[in-house]
Design a protein around this ligand. Structure first.
Ligand code: XMP
Length: 511
């Protein structure tokens, strides 16, 4: 198995994911875990991730240099490369210019991660760094370069130490997965027998260990994540799990009924339904700030949970379907990887006083991996392929203050979008398609009457993990049909626009 030490890169989890795709088990641990813990983990190989810091700074994240003497192969990526160089006696300096974006890697020696790459072959790689190597540590040589970096890939084959200046884990490095596979299989001699099936058993074991004889309640939202998490936890601890489904008043049309039917009938998992709409909507009254809205929803959600679990006779654990992208976009720079972009309701805003310990079995997975996991658990395609729906629900698609009389048209417009997308056979091919109610009024004309009503924005994006996304080029006729239907069928809407921004720089949701 492989150990990934995390230095705070946006991409750390992508490294783990690529390793899993090579069917090799791996775990991500914080960089400062200590040499003994690393030894105890007994990895077949170690990958040092990238990170936002510079090794030249006084308080930059470090590892014990003893890590290179364990006789275990190590691959350093970006910051990991600079760290390896720095600790082994090479020289790192601030580059005159940051290098960011595509570069062409010329292979000097096809060894280690670059095995099987034709020498001098140009292969596209993705660079993102501010520091650069000026001198190699003893025993190292350059195995690949780009026009800007003499040392884009280096290696010390005698000690099985390799490092890359670029990011092999991102899709912009087309042969990156192959390169990582070369490291984990070729250099580290991992066999590649790990599967989603083994993930289920391993994770089930972990859940049993964490939970013991305790009682778990699951926060069921009807979405893929909480459904898969619940089924997995049910698989692990059976009747120790009770699912609670909170109607927060921010659900889609027909959703509350659908979730109750599916869970009770398909899965026969006991479901406790609570309609807390009024509490949520009353608290959201007049609140415009998106972060404030998310916090209120998060806090209310947990509060309702605490009450309901008390009614059910108490529980010790709260299960949540938190995914990796939710985690990465919610932690602060010093507390862990990446900057706070949005505080996702699953992980943000949990009150200090919360008495329930979290069980988050999907924490290390991306959405498409969760879908694969769901299939492996025998869940029906209709459930597994469901488009993601955010925890704060329609609140973050109802821009500005959330009001009951704004939610009603939004819900209708949203239902029309989904109906048309399904009708066109596009539902499964699109990551998310939905309507956003804009706090903008414009003038229109209907019959002979002047109208002055709200606008709805359509959003449809393609994505594989929610971290990046592209807008979908829906057929014009379809856009026209959706717009017509919304304007004709939904009172209070007289204009429909289409969002053509990708992520980044936009995000998928508007708030
Ligand atoms: P953004 O808008 O950040 O969304 O590009 C990325 C993905 O996350 C979903 N999302 C959420 N999911 N709780 C969730 O469970 C949240 O608070 C939340 N906010 C956004 C969003 O729908 C997209 O799939």
């Amino acid at each position: 198995r492989i150990l990934v030490l995390d230095f705070g890169s946006q991409y750390t989890q992508l490294i783990a994911r690529r390793v899993r795709e090579s069917r090799v088990y791996c775990e991500i641990h914080p960089f400062n875990e200590g040499l003994d813990a690393v030894r105890e983990f007994a990895p077949a190989g170690i990958i040092l991730s990238g990170g936002p810091e510079s090794v030249l700074d006084a308080d930059s994240p470090m590892v014990d240099a003893g890590i290179f003497d364990l006789g275990v192969p190590v691959l350093g990526i970006c910051y990991g490369m600079q760290l390896m160089t720095h600790l082994l006696g090479g020289r790192v300096e601030e580059a005159a210019e940051r290098e960011y974006g595509r570069a062409l890697l010329h292979v000097d020696e096809a060894m280690g991660p670059l095995s099987g790459f034709a020498a001098d072959e140009g292969t596209e790689v993705w660079m993102s760094h501010g520091d650069r190597l000026e001198a190699l540590p003893a025993g190292f040589r350059s195995i690949g370069h780009t026009d800007n970096s003499t040392y884009a890939a280096i290696g010390n084959p005698e000690r099985n130490l390799y490092a890359l200046q670029f990011h092999p884990e991102v899709v912009h490095t087309p042969r990156g997965a192959e390169l990582l596979e070369n490291f984990v299989r070729g250099v580290c001699h991992c066999h590649g027998q790990w599967t989603m099936g083994s993930f289920i058993e391993l994770e089930a074991e972990r859940i049993r260990e964490q939970v013991g004889a305790g009682k778990v309640i699951s926060a069921l939202s009807g979405g893929v994540d909480s459904a898969v998490a619940s089924v997995l936890i049910h698989h692990a601890v059976g009747d120790q799990l009770t699912c609670i489904f909170v109607n927060n008043g921010l659900l889609r049309k027909g959703e509350a009924e659908r979730v109750q039917r599916v869970f009770r009938e398909w899965y026969e998992i006991p479901l406790h339904y609570v309609d807390a709409s009024d509490r949520f909507l009353d608290r959201l009254e007049g609140v415009e700030d998106p972060e404030e809205k998310r916090k209120i929803i998060g806090n209310t959600f947990i509060e309702v949970f605490e009450e309901e679990q008390a009614k059910l006779g108490g529980a010790d654990f709260l299960a949540q379907g938190t995914l990796y992208p939710d985690v990465i976009e919610s932690v602060s720079p010093k507390g862990g990887p990446s900057a706070t972009i949005k505080s996702h309701h699953n992980v943000g805003g949990l009150p200090e006083r919360m008495k329930l310990e979290l069980v988050e079995p999907l924490r290390e997975l991306f959405k498409d991996e969760v879908r694969e996991l769901g299939r492996e658990l025998g869940m029906p395609e209709e459930m597994v392929n469901r488009q993601p729906f955010p925890g704060p629900g329609l609140a973050i698609r109802c821009l500005g203050a959330v009001e009951r009389d704004k939610l009603a048209p939004l819900r209708e417009a949203d239902a029309i979008v989904l109906e048309e997308v399904k009708e066109a056979g596009l539902y499964d091919r699109i990551w998310q398609s939905f309507a956003v109610l804009l706090p903008v009024k414009s003038v229109g004309v209907m019959g002979d009457q002047r109208t002055y009503e709200n606008a709805v924005c359509l959003r449809a994006v393609e994505s594989t993990d929610g971290m990046t996304a592209d807008w979908v080029q829906l057929p014009y006729e379809m856009l026209g049909r959706i717009a017509n239907r919304i304007i004709n069928e939904v009172p209070g809407i007289n204009r429909v626009v289409y969002d053509v921004s990708s992520k980044p720089p936009g995000t998928i949701e508007w708030e």
